[in-house]
Design a protein around this ligand. Structure first.
Ligand code: NAD
Length: 290
């Protein structure tokens, strides 16, 4: 079993980006600038956004963190987005999800200019992805593609099962694994909460990408020997032995599934860091696409 080390791979990518940013600066060009909007004080969201800001500092990007109160109105948030859309100094920005219930996430996603949508959530970018046109790929699926690519995992002709059909992970992932690319050319089955007899699909799969958000859902009896498993899930569970008071669990029962795998991502240290690396790559691409 080989561990797909997202932490190391994302650090490799960040090192490459650091060199590119230094070159841009040497040429007197603009320093890439990523901004993040966070609404409210959701603990997990704050952790993710801080990790993104820290990553920006590491590669030499400028970064801005815009913190809005939990009770900010939808109109105020949309006005802030409009401001960032029109700010030439900002190359890309993200609005950290989830948002409070009184704000319509679809409206927010649509309000972000596709040219600055480095999370790759805007319908224009998703549509361009489907058509194989230049675009910002959604950050988490892009990170998974990068991880499979850098570990040289053969995907062509393989049976791939994606568990979960969310707009930000499962659905775009299924499209990327099916498209005609180095990482791709799989026969993909996209499964979800209404799928019957899920194990019948997972047991036959060469590659399983698990993104449903249920801790330790995928168990050893659901997979075949030699499978490649990518675990996207992150669930916080109370753990008094940790300083933070919690530990992170993936969607895979790692200890029993890992021995059957040819490759598997750990949680933490697998897909999470790759999502951040993808954001950095997309921001650099935003400058190229200008
Ligand atoms: P979501 O809640 O939007 O979607 C979950 C999907 O799982 C749904 O499509 C649903 O149909 C499916 N599902 C639910 N129960 C199922 C079952 N029993 N069998 C098959 N499918 C089932 O989730 P999301 O936003 O895609 O996130 C999934 C997980 O990934 C969460 O734990 C989230 O925290 C994590 N996540 C991690 C990263 C990262 O960077 N590592 C990024 C995004 C999301």
């Amino acid at each position: 079993m080989i561990l797909l080390d997202g932490k190391k791979t994302s650090n490799d990518i960040k090192d490459e980006i650091t060199i590119k940013v230094a070159e841009l600066k040497k040429q007197g060009k603009k320093t890439p600038h990523l901004a993040a909007i966070i609404v409210g004080a959701n603990g997990a969201s704050i952790t993710y956004v801080n990790a993104k800001v820290k990553a920006c500092e590491k590669v030499g990007f400028d970064s801005s963190l815009i913190q809005l109160p939990e009770d900010v109105s939808e109109a105020e948030l949309l006005a802030k987005i409009d401001e960032l859309n029109n700010d030439d100094n900002i190359d890309g920005f993200i609005v950290q999800l989830p948002l409070p219930k009184h704000i319509d996430e679809h409206k927010v996603t649509l309000a972000v200019s596709p040219a600055k949508d480095v999370d790759g959530f805007h319908p224009e970018n998703l549509g361009r992805m489907v058509l194989d046109l230049p675009c910002f790929l959604p950050a988490t699926p892009y990170g998974i593609v990068q991880l499979l690519d850098r570990y040289d995992i053969e995907t062509s002709g393989k049976d791939c099962v994606v568990i979960g059909r969310s707009h930000i992970v499962g659905s775009p992932m299924s499209i990327l694994m099916a498209r005609n690319n180095k990482v791709g050319n799989c026969t993909v089955t996209l499964t979800h909460s209404r799928t019957k007899n899920l194990t019948e699909y997972t047991k036959k799969a060469d590659i399983i990408i698990v993104a449903l958000g249920k801790a330790e859902f995928l168990t050893a009896d659901m997979v075949k020997e030699g499978v490649v498993v990518v675990d996207v899930g992150i669930t916080r569970v109370k753990d008094d032995s940790k300083k933070s008071g919690f530990r992170l669990l993936g969607d895979v029962k790692f200890d029993e599934v890992a021995p059957k795998c040819s490759y598997i991502t750990p949680v933490p240290g697998g897909v999470g860091p790759m999502t951040i690396a993808s954001l950095m790559m997309n921001t650099l691409q935003a400058i190229d696409m200008k």
